[in-house]
Write a protein that binds this ligand. Structure first.
Ligand SMILES: [Zn+2]
Length: 95
């Protein structure tokens, strides 16, 4: 899809449990929630290493990369293709 762009990535350090995790900077900028550690739910976290479009490694990540569609219609189509059926199956299993 043409509007798909790779997001810059940031590695975060948690000063409560000393673990690290990687987030999309685009998602971080567009969330209304506070960023917390996914391991201990600690709030004392800080971005410490950045990977942006100037670094070839960003493009070598392939499916491990994170990105988003700038066109919302393409985003909806891509979501349905990728997650629609999986979501239906998961919801069916819960019933
Ligand atoms: Zn933590």
């Amino acid at each position: 899809m043409e509007s798909y762009v790779l997001d810059d990535l940031a590695k975060y350090h948690c000063f409560e449990c000393d673990n690290e995790f990687i987030l999309s900077e685009y998602q971080v900028q567009n969330t209304t929630k506070q960023i917390i550690c996914p391991y201990c739910h600690g709030q004392d976290v800080e971005a410490c290493v950045f990977l942006d479009e100037d670094d070839d490694l960003l493009y070598e990540l392939g499916c491990m990369g994170m990105g988003h569609h700038e066109n919302p219609e393409e985003a909806a189509i891509a979501y349905e293709q990728t997650w629609g059926m999986i979501k239906e199956i998961r919801e069916g299993l819960r019933k």
